[in-house]
Design a protein around this ligand. Structure first.
Ligand code: PLP
Length: 399
């Protein structure tokens, strides 16, 4: 199928389409578990001429399953280019180290995934790159935080774990008027729920480990780009000058597993969105639950923004019980949902952000990020909603 036809396909068709392997006619991408590739006269000449794109040289620079994974991700994100990495954190690191230099400044939301927050708040400061943390839902506060040396506006489309949804268009406008690159981590939503590049974002990052892989068996990440302010070959530049140098390529086997995951992403996430909405409504009426955060609920602080920019509300939700002890008791009592790190898999997983992912961040700082000790994060899986409700019902009855 030619690329113009492919472009017009719906999300699901793009996700499953694969032109069989020309050599073997295999209808699935073969995996080449090879760390090194033999040069041909032609590939050698291309490398010498600096045309290294998709030339198989050495596993750290790329591999065939990775290129196919990048192609499929470009299709479902609506991107012009994609770079796959070893993990979601590798995508974040490669994007930031590739873009920034000492003296640069980032404006970022108060709440992001804990390792991202620590990367901005600690690691990057060691290299002279500073960050101002603001409430991205407040566009005036973002405008006030921008400095002459601000190079990046960074946010999560649905923030982990507070479920905050910032309005993308005014932030993009504000940033682009000043030549600032907008980066969105779309992990909590997935490209089925929102495609930030269509809203003007320059770089969208995914921890493909989560919804894209979908089966809790592979780690990987992607950086997808569609940008008027970055050079067209920006991702190729950072593939060679940052990803290859940091040594963070995706393994062929992970790329292959993630390719398989993409094919069912739309079906899985559709069902997860329905279950998340059912659970959110259930928690909202439960007497032991103090608060529920789900963008699809009218009670969510940015519900109107979510309705305007997201056709779906995602498979993630958060609710709060009275304190950390009660949260541990509930999660330890669940029999169907699994008390475990990570998200986006076929099994419902739960965790306590304050004492798990955010353990290294002091309690007062967490409170300022709206993360309470009794907050519970739920990643809805593919179980039946009625069985999940029965499971939470028996667990909440214990506190
Ligand atoms: C929003 C978000 N971004 C990035 C990551 C990092 O992804 P990975 O574990 O694949 O490095 C996570 C991990 O939980 C996440 O929740």
């Amino acid at each position: 199928m030619n690329s113009a036809k492919r472009e017009k396909l719906g999300f699901g068709s793009k996700a499953v389409y694969y032109a069989p392997d020309a050599e073997t006619q295999s209808i699935n991408m073969p995996i080449y578990m090879s760390s090194s590739f033999q040069y041909t006269a032609e590939s050698y000449q291309r490398v010498v001429d600096g045309e290294r794109k998709e030339v198989n040289i050495y596993g750290r620079c790329g591999n065939p399953a990775e290129y196919q994974f990048e192609e499929q991700m470009m299709q479902i994100e609506g991107a012009d280019a994609c770079l796959a990495t070893a993990s979601g954190m590798a995508a974040i690191s490669v994007a930031l180290f590739g873009l920034l230099k000492s003296g640069d400044h980032i404006v970022c939301d108060w709440t992001t995934y804990s390792s991202t927050h620590e990367m901005l708040d600690h690691r990057l400061t060691d290299y002279g790159i500073t960050t101002t943390f603001v409430n991205m839902a407040d566009v005036d506060a973002v405008a006030a935080a921008i400095q002459d040396n601000t190079k990046v506006l960074y946010m999560e489309t649905i923030a982990n774990p507070t479920m905050k949804v910032a309005a993308i268009p005014p932030l993009v406008k504000l940033a682009h008027e000043r030549g600032i690159v907008v980066i969105c981590d779309n992990t909590f939503a997935s490209p089925y729920v929102i495609r930030p590049l269509e809203w003007g974002v320059d770089l969208v990052l995914e921890s493909a480990t989560k919804f894209i892989g979908g089966h809790s068996d592979a780690i990987g990440g992607t950086i997808c780009m569609k940008s008027d302010i970055l050079p067209a070959d920006f991702l190729e530049q950072i593939r060679w000058n940052t990803m290859v140098k940091l040594g963070s390529p995706i393994s062929p086997f992970s790329a292959w597993l993630l390719l398989r995951g993409i094919q069912t992403l739309h079906v899985r996430v559709e069902r997860m969105c329905q279950t998340a909405m059912t659970l959110a409504k259930y928690f909202e009426t439960h007497p032991k639950v103090n608060q529920v955060w789900y963008p699809g609920l009218p009670s969510h602080p940015q519900h109107d923004i979510a309705v305007a920019q997201m056709p779906k509300f995602g498979g993630m939700l958060t609710f709060a019980v009275k304190d950390a002890d009660a949260a541990v008791k509930v999660l330890g009592t669940l029999e169907l949902a699994t008390f475990a790190a990570s998200l986006g898999g076929v099994r419902t997983t739960t965790q306590i952000p304050a004492t798990m992912a955010f353990l290294d961040i002091p309690e007062e700082q967490l409170a300022s990020m709206n993360i309470s000790q009794g907050m519970i994060r739920v990643s809805t899986g593919l179980e039946d909603a009625a069985d999940l409700i029965a499971d939470f019902e028996q667990a909440l009855a214990k506190i």
